[in-house]
Design a protein around this ligand. Structure first.
Ligand code: PRP
Length: 185
């Protein structure tokens, strides 16, 4: 895996610091340690970000799971977002925080937000680690954002290419030969 890395875009120490800051903002906005929330990571990409984030949140929480796919296999462009499975529990009257690793076209977050809103939560906030500079992403209101990144294909810290590289601790780009021939996939 290491030899496939072109450059480190965001090192893990910087991610860790930002995750801590995001957790403080979420805690403050929800009224501190006495609050109760439902956290919904959008799987699979948000798994590692969510696991780190929730350990900095001092309030009681339920965790819902939602799997959505937009970039199946070797796709580097969105193929349209599709809910693969959901196990979110009863969200009526709950304070819900959606967690995702990246917003690119914004399709995933729009779809999931609509779906969660139908369940009538008391509040719905979104926390996203990375945002690309696309029109769709800019139009997608994000309540808690980690980093703006350039329009490059990135992996690591939960993000994948063909289901690999999620376990890299840093956010990185891949060498061109790794992605070669797949730009139209
Ligand atoms: C990725 C990522 C986001 C979504 C963002 O998921 O985790 O959920 O795409 O892209 P969008 O803003 O263009 O919709 P992916 O479909 O690759 O599934 P995964 O989380 O299982 O990797």
């Amino acid at each position: 895996m290491q030899r496939d890395i072109e450059k480190i875009l965001i090192p893990h120490a910087k991610i860790a610091q930002r995750v801590h800051e995001l957790a403080e903002m979420i805690t403050r906005d929800h009224g501190g340690a006495a609050a109760e929330v439902t956290i919904i990571p959008i799987l699979t990409g948000a798994m590692i970000f969510a696991a780190d984030l929730i350990r900095h949140l001092p309030m009681r929480m339920q965790i819902g799971l939602l799997a959505v796919s937009s970039y199946p296999g070797r796709s580097v462009r969105s193929q349209g977002s599709m809910v693969l499975s959901e196990q979110v529990g009863n969200l009526r009257g709950r304070h819900v925080v959606l967690i995702d690793d990246i917003v690119d076209s914004g399709g995933t977050l729009r779809l999931v937000r609509e779906m969660i809103n139908e369940a009538q939560p008391a509040t719905l906030k979104t926390c996203v680690l990375l945002r690309k500079p696309t029109e769709g992403a800019k139009e997608t209101g994000i309540d808690y954002l980690g980093f703006e990144i350039p329009d490059e294909f990135v992996v690591g810290y939960g993000l994948d290419y063909n289901d690999h590289y999620r376990n890299l601790p840093d956010i990185v780009t891949l060498k061109p030969h790794v992605l070669q021939g797949l730009a139209n996939a």
